[in-house]
Design a binder for this molecule. Structure first.
Ligand SMILES: [Zn+2]
Ligand SMILES: [Zn+2]
Length: 48
């Protein structure tokens, strides 16, 4: 199921496209990125 996540510090998850509005977030003012993960990991499983 697709959703939208902020890649910044706030790690906001939204069901709809949007802009991060968290004051302390490094990505404030940037659009959420679409994500289709099913496990809630938001694609953070990439190998280092
Ligand atoms: Zn954010
Ligand atoms: Zn995700």
């Amino acid at each position: 199921m697709s959703h939208y996540v902020c890649k910044g510090d706030c790690a906001t998850v939204s069901e709809q496209p949007g802009i991060c509005n968290t004051e302390v977030c490094a990505n404030k003012g940037q659009a959420f990125e679409m994500c289709e993960c099913a496990d809630g990991g938001h694609g953070k499983t990439a190998t280092a």
